[in-house]
Design a protein around this ligand. Structure first.
Ligand SMILES: O=P(O)(O)OC[C@H]1O[C@H](O[C@H]2O[C@H](CO)[C@@H](O)[C@H](O)[C@H]2O)[C@H](O)[C@@H](O)[C@@H]1O
Length: 382
């Protein structure tokens, strides 16, 4: 099947701000520094021992990445709002020629889905819930919960989040879904399909007492992650606004509420802790530094694993759709694009390079998309 449509060139997995020359009026999208390309592999190749200049270089490259991934939103205080929004709108619309709205392309998507079984994979933060200052309050709306519950009645649906599995389950609160936490390093799947011989795969029960299989490829890292979580809590405690979140197999260090002049201190604190752990690495999210095990596992691998577990892999009549907003979702978009398997949908209100095929502006549009899928399924004669 050919899903490539008008998307020809492979794109960067790292959604650093889009090249300014490619967008109309892009100079009005303010970033705090020229966009350095963050190399997620850097920490895999550079020795961790404190080496003076090398350490400084690494910490400052983190800071550059923190700044480049945090566009400054223009506001009426800074600019004439009407002019800014008109120009950013032009930039967004230009970008959408490459990543068309999944809502306006809905017919194209459903035409392609005719006679196929759609499987849905949904990120949580920024996709099902709006980004908010306090990660503990990232609740999804009642309407969104209802939309997800409905969609899960018609299509196999999984949530794949950077949060711990328990936490994302508490937020979503729906039983008829599959959940993968810690960026896919903690998967709870159906018992019948997971093969018993897979290492790191154990039988367990879910909150309703139903038999499930748990796949935790980073289980040996648990004590290390706990130790690092405690060290990070301790080392960042004096930084106003910094927050450290234990996501079970990874740790998030949030700097959304830290004054930008102190971001460097955050980067240094994290750097000083993880330089002692060569088996951990750092990745960047939305105003968050994420510390995770160096294992060959990500949301893309989790997506493949879940498709296999659900008996949906290697079938021409399956159309996986993955909706996400963050860098870590790019691994899943890439799996779908490169394997010519299905559609990635990037949730973004600002232009950024992606491996996705389509876009949605925000969680509100995600909800509309989910509702449209349900209506289509209900009314279509297949
Ligand atoms: O894979 P996700 O479900 O998207 O999780 C990624 C991270 O999401 C959360 O942080 C982000 O959302 C917060 C709430 O809106 C926001 O305050 C924060 O700035 C964002 O980075 C979560 O708290 C992290 O642990 C996840 O890794």
């Amino acid at each position: 099947m050919d899903l490539k449509s008008n998307h020809t060139a492979p794109v960067l997995a790292d959604p650093a701000p889009i090249s300014k020359s490619r967008l109309v009026a892009s100079s009005l999208l303010q970033y705090s520094s020229p966009a350095p390309v963050f190399s997620p592999n850097l920490l895999l190749t550079v020795p961790r021992k404190k080496t003076g200049i090398l350490d400084d270089v690494r910490a400052s490259s983190w800071l550059d990445a923190m700044k480049s991934s945090s566009p400054r939103h223009t506001s009426t205080r800074d600019y004439n709002h009407e002019i800014v929004s008109a120009d950013t709108d032009v930039a967004y619309r230009t970008w959408m020629a490459k990543y068309p709205s999944a809502l306006s392309s809905f017919e194209q998507i459903t035409n392609f889905a005719k006679g196929k079984r759609i499987a849905l994979f949904l990120d949580y933060d920024g996709t099902l819930s709006p980004i908010v200052d306090n990660p503990d309050f990232a609740f999804m709306s009642i309407d969104m919960r209802a939309a997800v519950a409905k969609v899960a009645k018609y299509f196999p649906t999984a949530i794949i989040s950077g949060r711990s599995r328990d936490k994302v389950y508490d937020f979503v609160g729906l039983t008829d879904l599959y959940y993968a936490g810690s960026h896919g390093m903690d998967i709870m799947g159906p018992v019948r399909e997971l093969s018993d011989d897979s290492p790191n795969c154990i039988r367990s029960t879910d909150k309703q007492g139903k038999g499930v299989k748990l796949f935790q490829p980073a289980s040996e890292f648990l004590p290390m992650i706990d130790e690092v979580f405690n060290s990070l809590v301790n080392s960042t405690k004096e930084i106003k606004g910094a927050k450290v979140e234990n996501n079970k197999f990874c740790v998030s260090v949030h700097y959304r509420n830290v004054d930008e002049k102190n971001w460097k201190t955050v980067a240094e604190c994290v750097h000083d802790v993880i330089r002692n752990y060569p088996r951990l690495r750092l990745s960047h999210g939305r105003k968050v530094l994420e510390v995770r095990p160096v294992i060959d596992w990500d949301k893309g691998k989790a997506l493949t694993f879940l498709l296999e577990s659900l008996g949906l892999s290697n079938h021409d009549d399956v159309l996986p759709i993955y909706v996400g907003d963050d860098r870590t979702d790019e691994d899943a978009f890439k799996v779908l694009r490169e394997g010519n398997l299905g559609y990635g949908i990037l949730v973004s209100s600002a232009p950024k390079e992606s491996n996705a095929f389509f876009s949605l502006r925000d969680p509100q549009e995600v909800m509309e998309f989910l509702k449209s899928l349900v209506n289509w399924k209900k009314t279509s004669v297949l």
